[in-house]
Design a protein around this ligand. Structure first.
Ligand code: 5RP
Length: 252
């Protein structure tokens, strides 16, 4: 018989994980253990490679607890994760207020501002972050920085309607001061990356001093007509969990 793969890893699968994957898993487990309460019913599930460990921890709490919960995805990937883990799938249309949302991040600064959108999901991610009473970030140690843009050099992900992309790119390269802003292309340059909302993504790197005040640059980008959402999440997270190489967890 074929046994479907379980999201809950066996000890031998855990032993084979790389240091970075173990760090992600540590962060996710600590965040779920600390913040997911018995009374939480509506739970947002973010996108990326760290979030599956959040779901692993939730699934390992058992079907009794989970049958009373509903899980809202931030995109196609997290929807598949919820469905394949046999958790109840919901929609933000039905649940515009969430008890808690867990999500990954590309970088988190000392004030818990973060860059998101490395996976082009930041519009729906921001909706679920804003809709949640509590928003928690999970990541490995590489994402824990003093100022945004330290390690994540590809720039701020910006979702833009296809009709407006050339104009927005020109605005970014000109008055907004990101001369190296580019339209994100799919692998093998097969065409632009298209988000779950059928939009394009621009990656716009900014100078370090600009990134020290992420709210100001976020607001300026968001004012450009054609911009749908900016991958800067300012003053949204309640806490961020980072797994470290030595097996410890840093909480900000
Ligand atoms: C997708 C995201 C992800 O949460 C972010 O890119 C982090 O991903 P990972 O956990 O794989 O490092 O914002 O749009």
């Amino acid at each position: 018989t074929i046994v479907p793969p379980s999201i809950v890893l066996t000890p031998s699968q855990v032993a084979k994980l790389s240091v970075i994957e173990k760090s992600k898993r540590l962060a996710a487990f600590a965040a779920v253990d600390e913040h997911l309460l018995g009374e939480h019913r509506v739970i947002g599930i973010g996108s990326g490679s760290t979030v599956p460990y959040v779901v692993e921890r939730i699934v390992s709490q058992g079907p009794e607890l989970n049958k009373a919960r509903v899980f809202i995805p931030t995109g196609f990937q997290s929807k598949e994760l919820i469905v394949s883990s046999h958790l109840n799938l919901g929609d933000v249309d039905q649940y515009p207020t969430l008890d808690i949302t867990f999500d990954g991040a590309d970088e988190v600064d000392r004030d818990l501002n973060c860059i998101k959108g490395g996976g082009a999901c930041h519009l729906r991610e921001k909706v679920l972050a804003e809709a949640a009473k509590t928003f928690i970030l999970v990541a490995d140690y590489r994402k824990n920085v003093e100022f945004l843009g330290t390690n994540f050099s590809q720039g701020v992900p910006i979702e833009v309607v296809p009709f407006a992309y050339a104009k927005v790119l020109q605005n970014l390269r000109g008055t907004l001061g990101s001369p190296n802003a580019v339209l994100r292309m799919a692998k093998m340059k097969a065409g632009p990356v298209v988000s779950d909302n059928a939009n394009f993504i621009i990656d716009a790197p900014f100078a370090t001093d600009v990134m020290k005040d992420p709210y100001t640059i976020m607001a300026r980008i968001k004012m450009l007509t054609g911009v749908v959402e900016v991958g800067l999440f300012c003053h949204m997270a309640k806490a961020a969990y980072f797994g470290n190489e030595d097996g410890s967890v840093t909480v900000k």
